[in-house]
Design a protein around this ligand. Structure first.
Ligand code: FAD
Length: 480
């Protein structure tokens, strides 16, 4: 089967899925005003796969001689790891630097399963087989896979089994001959315009009492009894002049409700296995963070570019104090680039021989990129000034009643009012809009909460080396 294109992708979404937004059921996600823009964005990505320039970037020929999607190719060699980086960069360059969900990141926990065959087989030989069948199916079908890890969670001070409503975390209510029955809910970005979700356990203490919650499976997003409860859109208007980002790239986040959804055994990655839940949480980001850092780089580059654009317009680009601020944004971008390169150059080989980025460097990059994003947005906000929240819209620029005033007072030298407003609108959407607020929350939380990211760094860091250095200086012997 050839790789999917935009039209086939749109058609594939007309599958009876139960999507609700603004209190109403959506008949067709490909035409709903708040969802269509991201469907169109994903369709562009699918069409890009057929662009001659990107043939080898997006496709690879599998052992059966079939052209498959590289999004789902596991990193078995260093070339695979590099190719994944180049593919993600191509999407961010050609489709949008401010989108996050398009499958490359969400598939990576299946790579963790591939890496752990021996362990999975100890529990149930179907688990590894199911995971590998899905990997193959995704490669061939070229589906868009999303990721559901985060439950509503209820009282955060309590374990899943201690909640007053046991459905606050997604759980197995029954294991039957034909599959498992799932109840609960998960947050998922992009689910209402994706094909399937990989649902996995959340952060937690994997004690035996939580066994019903220790479940992972893949589910098509039109499954019976599965409902999409979408958040309110950031999309306000289709006007790309006034809203250059939210009119096109509002990646709808959804609470997926499982109202006793039957998952056939062939889609179960594991069921009621606390030790496997602990494993998937521990290794979840081994490959996912490569995609996160690539996205962080593209966003950082966008912040730098917007700062340069606006300060060129305001005539400040040669002022040293302004350049100093812009250089902080540049330093942020370059540091992320260095984390990406270094983690690839110093890659590690996993237990089963797969190629991973250097985890300590990559985890440090993840903490750095996510914990500094908000401060970088603040620098851009400082550079663009308050005008970026006070500008008139395109209708005012074009109205015979207001056009002359807008053109006179928003022009700066050779920069026309139209050019100035376009740059301000971009700056507004990056710093002051609800779209910007979501971007900051995404940077902080979407790769798990900051404390969990910090723990991943702590655990992957070579503590012994640092300890020995300090101990030697102090004249002490090292305690293990
Ligand atoms: C834009 C966006 C997109 C997202 N997309 C996805 C997605 O596609 N798929 C997905 O699965 N998830 C997604 N997430 C969810 C994300 O994984 C969660 O937001 C994250 O795991 C934090 O969970 P929470 O929001 O419930 O915060 P909380 O768990 O309520 O955490 C809030 C704060 O409390 C702290 N805290 C929580 N519990 C404890 C405790 N017991 N003891 C001490 N401190 C505690 C946390 O560290 C944090 O500082 C997305 C999030 C955002 C913002």
């Amino acid at each position: 089967m050839a790789l999917m294109n935009g039209d086939r992708y749109r058609e594939s979404l007309k599958d009876g899925r139960q999507v609700f937004i603004n209190g109403e059921r959506v008949d067709d996600v490909t035409t709903h005003p708040a969802i269509k823009p991201m469907v169109d964005t994903m369709a562009r990505l699918y069409d890009l796969q057929h662009d001659e320039r990107y043939k080898d970037v997006f496709g690879f020929v599998d052992e059966e001689g079939e052209l498959c999607s590289r999004v789902y190719k596991s990193p078995d060699t260093i070339d695979d790891l590099r190719n994944r980086r180049e593919m993600t960069a191509a999407i961010l360059n050609e489709v949008s630097p401010v989108i996050d969900r398009f499958g490359d990141e969400t598939v990576t926990p299946l790579f963790v399963m591939k890496d752990r065959k021996e362990l999975l087989d100890q529990y149930d030989v179907r688990y590894y087989k199911n995971a590998m069948n899905w990997l193959k199916k995704l490669q061939k079908k070229n589906w868009f896979l999303t990721s559901g890890n985060t439950d509503p969670k209820g009282d955060r001070s309590k374990q899943p089994y201690q909640q007053d409503d046991l459905d606050m975390y997604t759980r197995v209510v029954e294991e039957r001959e034909d599959g498992i029955v799932i109840r609960g809910a998960k947050f998922e970005t992009g689910a209402c315009y994706a094909h399937a979700a990989f649902v996995k356990p959340t952060v937690g203490a994997w004690v035996p009492q939580n066994a019903d919650y220790a479940v992972a499976f893949i589910v098509p997003l039109n499954a019976p009894n599965l409902r999409h409860i979408c958040r309110a859109p950031h999309y306000e208007s289709p006007n790309g002049f006034d809203k250059p980002l939210s009119s096109r790239f509002d990646e709808i986040d959804t609470l997926i409700v499982f109202d006793d959804v039957l998952i056939p055994w062939e889609n179960v990655i594991f069921s009621r296995k606390p030790e496997l839940a602990a494993l998937i949480r521990q290794d979840l980001h081994n490959w996912a963070s490569q995609g996160f850092l690539n996205r962080a780089y593209a966003k950082a580059d966008t912040l730098v570019g917007t700062a340069l654009l606006v300060t060129q317009h305001t005539g400040l680009s040669d002022v040293p104090a302004i350049r100093e601020k812009v250089s902080k944004l540049m330093g942020y971008r370059e540091a992320i680039r260095a984390f990406i390169s270094a983690s690839e150059a110093e890659h590690q080989i996993s237990a089963s021989g797969m190629v991973m980025p250097n985890l300590s460097i990559q985890n440090a990059g993840r903490v750095y990129a996510s914990s500094n994003f908000f401060d970088m947005v603040q620098i851009l906000r400082d550079l663009i000034g308050g005008t970026a929240v006070m500008q008139p819209d395109e209708a005012m620029l074009n109205s015979p009643a207001t056009s002359a005033d807008v053109k006179k007072y928003f022009r700066i030298g050779n920069v026309s009012a139209e050019e100035r407003l376009r740059a301000l609108n971009l700056a507004n959407e990056l710093t002051a809009s609800s779209f910007a607020g979501r971007m900051c929350a995404y940077a902080m939380f979407a790769e798990s909460p900051p404390m969990v990211q910090a723990m991943s760094l702590y655990n992957s860091y070579d503590r012994k080396g640092s300890l020995e250095r300090a101990a030697r200086l102090a004249g002490l012997s090292v305690q293990n």
